[in-house]
Design a protein around this ligand. Structure first.
Ligand code: SF4
Length: 426
């Protein structure tokens, strides 16, 4: 089933071994029937997926059945897959949490955080019973906090409407906050071992290269249908994970390791040496917006003033009061003074610009000016939700990463015997 030839020009001469029945076959070459066995209509459109041209129709290596391809993926996965914590005991809850966590976070970073999250919230009911603040606190440092908010919201819906058990059908899964086509397919196939199509960058690249599906709008549908067809022809749990794993470890965007690939004798991209096709997403030249903000570390005696974020980015968390600096704004210390007066109804005894730090969220590169302020009393007639927190409790509050850096600095100052504003002699 697995050939031993390397990846190089001799591949053009045709593979010596490969899948049973695949040798020398052309992939995705069109013809009277698509590789899935379904006849193409006269206009070249495949009936089930209605893709508009033959090259985009989901096609398998000539002579290979979906079951043979699925078996090859199965064998490769069992030999080569990494042992990852979410692959042990793949319950619907664990698969769901892992898929959400992996959306914007590397595997290496996810491993310890996944285990910690599961220890703290071991099942759907535990997650639903937790406060949003606790969930955000556990998510701290992973970024993209809407993922944590959606997990928490969806857990409550699952308890209310599904008896605490994740549903297995795509339609019901798709109604849950934060679950799109891909995550629904992953949960259905990996957790329930039921056939499902799913398309992420890895699967798109592997199947696009193997079947020679040219990138296009219709291709997305073709890759989905091909994945669905393969998952229905073997163990959906193994086949879909194998496609993802193959894309992560072997079929790399640049420099694919074809010699280690179960498709090396039949892959269309390899036979044609067209690896640029489906090289994966290329980071676009992002236009970075430069932003300036002021962040106010204001204290009343031994307590720090925290408020709810003034925009939706960090909704549900707490922060040191923050405000955007516009072109022509006054100096940071003056802006801080007016924010405290206007939004919190308190006139500071003193304000001092103490430094700045940078952070980046999506395309916003932000310079955050930190202004220390001493308040004579608690806020009055505040326009924003606020609370006062002693220094030794700052570590317990869910804070966005830049705010956490500031909080750590304040905690260090206290440990060093400095006063609330970094001066000696506290
Ligand atoms: S690793 Fe090479 S042979 Fe395997 S699917 Fe990718 S391009 Fe094709």
């Amino acid at each position: 089933m697995v050939s031993g030839d390397g990846c190089g020009r001799d591949a053009r001469r045709g593979p010596s071994r490969g899948f049973r029945g695949v040798q020398g076959g052309s992939i995705g070459s069109g013809g009277a029937a698509a590789g899935c066995g379904r006849a193409l209509r006269g206009d070249g459109r495949c009936r089930p997926c209605m893709t508009s041209d033959r090259s985009a129709a989901h096609s398998l290596p000539a002579g290979a059945s979906p079951a043979e391809i699925a078996a090859a993926l199965d064998g490769w996965f069992r030999r080569s897959a990494r042992r990852l914590p979410w692959r042990q005991n793949p319950t619907p809850y664990r698969v769901w949490v892992a898929e959400v966590m992996l959306q914007q976070t590397t595997v290496a970073a996810c491993i310890p955080r996944f285990e910690r999250f599961i220890r703290r919230f071991p099942d759907v009911r535990a997650l639903a019973a937790a406060s949003l603040e606790d969930v955000l606190s556990e998510w701290e440092g992973l970024g993209y906090y809407s993922r944590a908010r959606n997990l928490w919201s969806a857990a409550r819906v699952i308890v209310d409407l599904h008896g605490g058990e994740l549903p297995s059908d795509i339609e019901s899964l798709r109604t849950l906050p934060g679950i799109g086509h891909y995550t629904a397919g992953a949960i259905r196939s990996i957790a329930f071992d039921l056939p499902a199509g799913m398309v992420d960058a890895n699967i798109r690249r592997v199947l696009g290269r193997v079947a020679g599906i040219e990138p296009s709008n219709a291709a997305e549908r073709s890759v989905f249908q091909l994945c669905l067809s393969l998952s229905a022809s073997g163990s959906p749990r193994i086949v879909n994970q194998a496609l993802m794993e193959l894309g992560s470890l072997v079929c790399l965007p640049r420099g694919p390791l074809c010699g280690e690939c179960p498709f090396r004798s039949s892959c269309r991209a390899r036979l044609e040496e067209r690896f640029d096709c489906w090289h994966g997403s290329v980071p676009k030249e992002a236009r970075v917006a430069q932003v300036e903000e002021v962040c106010i570390t204001a204290s009343v005696e031994e307590n720090w003033l925290l408020s709810r974020p003034c925009d939706g980015r960090w909704r549900g968390m707490w922060e040191f009061p923050r405000a955007r600096l516009q072109d022509g704004s006054a100096a940071p210390a003056e802006v801080a003074r007016s924010v405290l007066e206007r939004d919190f109804g308190v006139v500071p005894v003193s304000v001092q610009h103490t430094g700045s730090l940078r952070y980046r969220v999506t395309v916003h590169d932000t310079q955050l000016h930190v202004v220390s302020a001493m308040l004579p009393c608690e806020p009055e007639s505040a326009l924003r939700e606020w609370r006062l927190i002693p220094t030794d409790e700052l570590a317990e509050i869910p804070l966005p990463s830049p705010m956490r850096r500031i909080a750590r600095s304040l905690i260090s100052q206290r440990l060093a015997g400095l006063d609330m504003h970094g001066r000696e002699g506290a």
